[in-house]
Each structure stands twice: as structure tokens, then as C-alpha cells.
Ligand binder design. Structure first.
Ligand code: GLA
Length: 379
């Protein structure tokens, strides 16, 4: 490990450092991860950065540039689920999960600064969890693999924060690589990195934050997950991933009406991920467009997690010439991605902004996504 070169390196403990972990957008594969299915995210250049200075005691001192100005001071041995609120629960959750996993850890001063938009479906919380996990792993020589770090961060979110999320966001934040998408089988975490050379293909991936804040802790996500798990139990399957498209019609006949659309979405979405990964592997980026748009229709009509703003953004983008568009992330607001020819990007962005103005919605914020690196030490 290289020595720290910060302006105060003469006085700071030698192992103080700075780590970064990114947010993500998922190209396709929504609400498949907690069904043991497939996902295809890329990491964003926007990331959470954490400056971490180990302490000799068992105190965790947390400060966030995006917080409320408070420094939160916690005793590592007293951490328990539900005991911390606000932004501080994400870093605290990871330290708790490491402690629970039996890792030999100590206190730290943690300073967080993130440019991942919050509540935009871009995994700002996973970025914070993963950056703290990566920092602790290095500082305490825990020897955890990237997959183990993602599992720790997911456990932190599930058991400490209380959101029953799958593992896509944490795996993307830890394992993604620059210029590539992560084709992940969430059953066994086997992953393949597939090239996404947008520039070479003359394309852009726009991210349009609708500014409709989503909050996965509000219970809707948990209800959907429970519905999927009930359906797989009724079908006698380990998970909905085990239902293949050819057996879908017969399976639907055996389910209560309210569960059928959920199952239809998960089965068709898994097929879309496999198809998209195969196209990317062959370098056919343009062909991804219709898969994105049909994925959105499935989330809107079957899974029921879109909202008027995401629907309008998708419709306006496609009408203005995007090759395809869809909401990304958990839904209930958040962001839309649109795959566009590079020279159409300004037209598509303007079309979405105009449609939002006409509908009297809050102005959306658009930026271009560039597939970036997963968690890493930067100083
Ligand atoms: C959120 C969760 C993920 C995943 C997506 C939907 O981002 O954190 O685990 O379930 O929603 O695909």
C-alpha cells in the first residue's frame, strides 16, 4: 500500500487515506436482483469520497459535507439497528456489519463528500456504504474480497438501515470497471464485464433526474419483494429466476391475479438482461434501444413502479429520437436513462425539459453517464 501524501502527512497517522465509491445506473434488469436474477449496471463518475483516519479508541466520528453540519459521534460497540438516523446511519451500518461479521476493527474519523445525487435512484446510499467498507478493509487489512465487501454493504442496508434491497447497487459500486457494464448473476454473484464503448459507437447515455425523490424505505419496495417471494413459494420455486419464459403462461394460471404482473415482469426482464448483455458483448450498442423501452413498459404496466414524471421523460425522449429509454433503479420517481445518438443528445434533453415545463413539473436535471470504476483508494 502506498504511503499517504496529503499536506498534513507529517502529523496524520500514516494510514489515513481517501477512498471513492461510485453511484450507478442500471442499463437493464430492474427488480430482478432479489429474485436471484440478472442485472446490467454501470458505475457513474459521480462518487462518494471518504477521508478516513483510524483512531486508537472505539469511537466512530462521522461528518458529511451533504449532512446537517453535525458531527455524529458513536461508540462502535454500542451500534445497533435502529439506533442511528439520517445520513449517518449508512456509514454506521457498515461499521456495525463489519463488527457483526467478526472483523477486527477500531474507531475512525470519517469525512464524507459525495456528488451522487440523493433520492434520484442513482445509489447514493450504496456509494457511502461501499466507500466506508472499502476504507475499513484497507485500513484494517481485513482481506475481504470485492464480493464480500458488497455483501457487507448489503447486510448493512438490509439489517441496520432496514431496506430489504438486493445486491445490485453494492456490487456495481464495488466491482464495476471503467468502460464496461457489469453483467451479474445475483444468485451466485458470478460476473462478466462487458464493454460499453458509447463514444466509439457515436452514442450517449443520458441520465435524466426527474427530481421526484424516491425513498425505498417507505415500504413499497418491501411489498413488491414480498409479492415476488410469495409467488415463487406458491410455484414451488427457489426464486422467480427459476421460471423460464416457456413455462410462464402455465405458471401464471396457478397464481392469484395480483401476483401475475409481478411475475411477468421479472421473467421478461431477466430475458431482456441476457439479450442486452449478448448485444453488448457483440458490440451492437445501437440495438439496445428497444430493449430499454420495453423494459420501461414492463415496469410501468406490470410492476407498477413508474410514475407520471418518469413515463413522460421516457415518452418525450423516444419521441425526440432517443433509441430507447427507461426508468432506472427502484422506481417511484428517480431517474430515467436514454440511449441517444451523440448529435441528438441536446435535442432529446431539450424535448424532455420542454415536456416537463408544459406539464408544470419541476425542471429535470440531465447529464451524460460515462461507465466508470468501482470502489478504490484515491489518496
Ligand atoms: C434498488 C435496490 C436494488 C434493486 C433496484 C431495482 O436500487 O437497492 O437492490 O432491487 O432497486 O432493480
Amino acid at each position: 500500500m502506498s504511503p499517504v501524501r496529503t499536506p498534513d502527512s507529517a502529523t496524520a497517522p500514516a494510514r489515513t487515506g481517501v477512498w471513492a465509491a461510485p453511484g450507478r445506473v442500471n442499463l437493464i434488469g430492474e427488480h430482478t436482483d432479489y429474485n436471484d436474477g440478472f442485472v446490467l449496471p454501470i458505475a457513474l463518475p459521480q462518487a462518494a469520497r471518504a477521508t478516513v483516519r483510524p483512531r486508537a479508541d472505539r469511537t466512530l466520528r462521522l461528518y458529511s459535507e451533504q449532512g446537517d453540519g453535525r458531527t455524529v459521534e458513536l461508540d462502535i460497540d454500542a451500534l445497533s439497528p435502529g439506533g442511528v438516523d439520517g445520513w449517518a446511519r449508512y456509514p454506521a451500518a457498515v461499521v456495525w456489519a463489519l463488527r457483526e461479521a467478526g472483523c477486527a476493527i477500531g474507531g475512525a474519523d470519517v469525512h464524507i463528500d459525495s456528488d451522487v445525487p440523493t433520492g434520484a435512484g442513482l445509489s447514493s446510499s450504496a456509494a457511502i456504504e461501499c466507500v466506508v467498507a472499502a476504507a475499513y478493509n484497507d485500513l484494517h487489512d481485513l482481506g475481504l474480497t470485492r464480493k464480500e465487501l458488497a455483501r457487507i454493504a448489503q447486510r448493512a442496508e438490509n439489517a441496520f438501515v432496514g431496506v430489504p434491497c438486493g445486491i445490485m447497487d453494492q456490487m456495481a459500486s464495488v466491482c464495476a470497471r471503467q468502460g464496461e457494464a457489469l453483467f451479474l448473476d445475483t444468485r451466485d454473484l458470478s460476473a462478466r464485464h462487458v464493454p460499453v464503448d458509447l463514444e466509439g459507437a457515436g452514442l450517449r447515455l443520458l441520465v435524466i433526474d426527474t427530481q421526484v425523490k424516491h425513498d425505498l424505505a417507505d415500504g413499497e419496495y418491501a411489498k413488491l419483494r414480498a409479492g415476488c417471494e410469495r409467488a415463487s413459494a406458491l410455484l414451488g420455486l427457489p426464486a422467480l429466476r427459476d421460471l423460464t419464459p416457456d413455462r410462464l403462461p402455465a405458471a401464471l394460471d396457478r397464481l392469484p391475479a395480483e401476483l401475475r404482473p409481478l411475475v411477468r415482469h421479472v421473467v421478461s426482464e431477466n430475458a431482456r438482461v441476457e439479450q442486452a448483455a449478448a448485444l453488448l458483448h457483440e458490440g451492437y450498442l445501437h440495438a439496445l434501444g428497444p430493449i430499454l423501452t420495453s423494459g420501461h413498459a414492463s415496469l410501468r404496466d406490470d410492476f407498477g413502479v413508474s410514475c407520471p414524471e418518469t413515463d413522460l421523460a421516457v415518452e418525450a425522449a423516444v419521441d425526440a429520437g432517443a433509441l430507447g429509454a427507461r426508468m432506472t433503479g427502484g422506481g417511484f420517481g428517480g431517474s430515467v436513462i436514454a440511449l441517444v445518438a451523440a448529435d441528438r443528445a441536446p435535442t432529446v434533453t431539450t424535448a424532455v425539459e420542454t415536456a416537463f415545463r408544459q406539464a408544470a413539473y419541476t425542471a429535470p436535471r440531465a447529464f451524460t453517464a460515462v461507465p466508470s470504476s468501482g470502489a478504490r483508494r484515491i489518496v
